[in-house]
Unconditional design. Structure first.
Length: 70
């Protein structure tokens, strides 16, 4: 739409997820279905903190896999 500012076309959703897994040492990734469930999501900014390290990344369509630090 002409004349609309960036702020009018932007929305944030902040969420925090914690996973417990009995075989966490073998886990190599986490997959998300947020792009499939919410058509308006364009990018997912991810911040990971695991016993193996920290990582920051962005997912854009069609990516849905978040690689875990090894």
């Amino acid at each position: 739409m002409i004349g609309r500012g960036v702020a009018a076309d932007h929305a944030d959703l902040d969420a925090s997820f914690e996973f417990e897994c009995t075989a966490a040492a073998r886990a190599g990734f986490v997959e998300t279905s947020l792009f499939e469930r919410f058509a308006g999501i364009q990018r997912i900014d991810v911040q990971l903190a695991t016993p193996r390290g920290q990582r920051k990344l962005s997912l854009t369509r069609p990516a849905q896999r978040i690689a875990l630090p090894r």
